[in-house]
Design a protein around this ligand. Structure first.
Ligand SMILES: *[C@@H]1O[C@H](CO)[C@@H](O)[C@H](O)[C@H]1NC(C)=O
Ligand SMILES: *[C@@H]1O[C@H](CO)[C@@H](O)[C@H](O)[C@H]1NC(C)=O
Length: 332
């Protein structure tokens, strides 16, 4: 009897502790749960508890190779989450393009980090417009590095006005860059003049636009050739790419370290594998961990600064992990 009492008290304590963590989570991320039904709330809570358990287990298993942790996405089911957040759409056109034209220069640096030219990390909210965020980011890096200007430009302007893509339902960074250069007059509103609202709205005009100075857009089909990708990043600067976010939940909850998802595809020789991508990000550099000698890509995401390493992540290099080295998309 006494034993039973102790056990049930223990269970109570544990669940009270976990419920506190759920409350803390809701407060910390200012989750607007008031608008949710009781049923929906309890679903979110259940998912949170499941993720919490997953985090503990995975971190023990990984032994600090990389870490996952609680973040604002911890009440989201991994399968639902990638459906909402990961929406690149590969355009239907020939998959092989000449790539030799884009091996700029012969810079072979051991490590590169272009983040000193970055604008603040953006947050795509619940809008599947990673393609617009990665395209905008590439144009920002290009202009800041050339000394043309130093502004955050408007993804909302792209989401609303680029009819060649699909707003919050997905798109492709190369299509967006071509649209901006050719159809939209090589200009765009500043973020501050046309701020992000997290959904597609009707295309509007603003008073001031800034010139994007794009002479050419390019899309190199790398098919996993990381040597070529290194050369492009070292010589040309940051490029947009598409990767696969698997529904393992690891990327959703990524906190720090060199990401390596065992459920992701790895090196193969079949170029069709590069169709298997769903999320647009920007490669901004690469490096090597001095302790482990592991090489990694430095990649910019658009899920806010609470996610990952202040909004960035490091992806393991050497096996085209999660199809990270399938494409290099940029401007010159
Ligand atoms: C761009 O502007 C921001 C502040 O608005 C500044 O912190 C940053 O250093 C500038 N970047 C460059 C490369 O000048
Ligand atoms: C990667 O591309 C480079 C340059 O195009 C080429 O020399 C090299 O053989 C390729 N590597 C692989 C593994 O295909």
């Amino acid at each position: 009897m006494k034993k039973l009492l102790i056990i049930s008290l223990l269970i109570l304590c544990v669940s009270a502790g976990i419920l506190d963590r759920f409350k803390q989570f809701v407060n910390k991320h200012r989750k607007n749960y008031a608008r949710l039904s009781a049923a929906e709330k309890s679903i979110r809570q259940r998912i949170f508890l499941k993720n919490l358990n997953f985090i503990d287990k995975v971190n023990k298993f990984l032994k600090n190779r990389f870490k996952i942790g609680l973040n604002e996405f911890s009440d989201r089911d991994p399968k639902q989450f990638i459906k909402e957040m990961c929406k690149t759409r590969l355009p239907a056109r020939p998959r092989s393009l000449p790539s030799s034209t884009y091996l700029f220069g012969s810079n072979t640096l051991d490590s590169v980090d272009w983040r000193r030219y970055a604008q603040p990390i953006a947050h795509q909210g619940g809008c599947g417009a990673c393609w617009a965020f990665s395209a905008a980011s590439v144009v920002e890096f290009f202009n800041v590095m050339k000394g043309n200007w130093n502004y955050s430009i408007s993804e909302q302007n792209i989401v609303d006005c680029d009819y060649d893509d699909f707003g919050c339902d997905g798109g492709w960074p190369k299509t967006a860059l071509d649209f901006l250069k050719n159809s939209y007059g090589n200009k765009l509103a500043k973020e501050i003049d046309y701020p992000f609202i997290g959904m597609k709205a009707s295309c509007r005009r603003v008073q001031h636009y800034i010139p994007l100075n794009i002479a050419n857009t390019f899309e190199v089909i790398l098919n996993g050739n990381e040597t070529t990708l290194k050369s492009i990043v070292a010589n040309q600067g940051p490029v947009a790419t598409a990767m696969l976010v698997s529904d393992s939940g690891l990327f959703q909850l990524y906190e720090s370290g060199i990401f390596d998802d065992p459920t992701c595809p790895e090196t193969t020789t079949d170029s069709n594998d590069c169709f298997d991508v769903n999320h647009g990000v920007v490669i901004v550099g690469y490096g090597k961990d001095s302790a482990t000698n592991e090489q990694f890509w430095i990649v910019r995401n658009s899920w806010g600064t609470d996610w990952g390493e202040s909004g960035y992540f490091r992806m393991i290099m050497g096996k085209n992990a999660c199809n990270i080295a399938c494409y290099a998309i940029g401007v010159e």
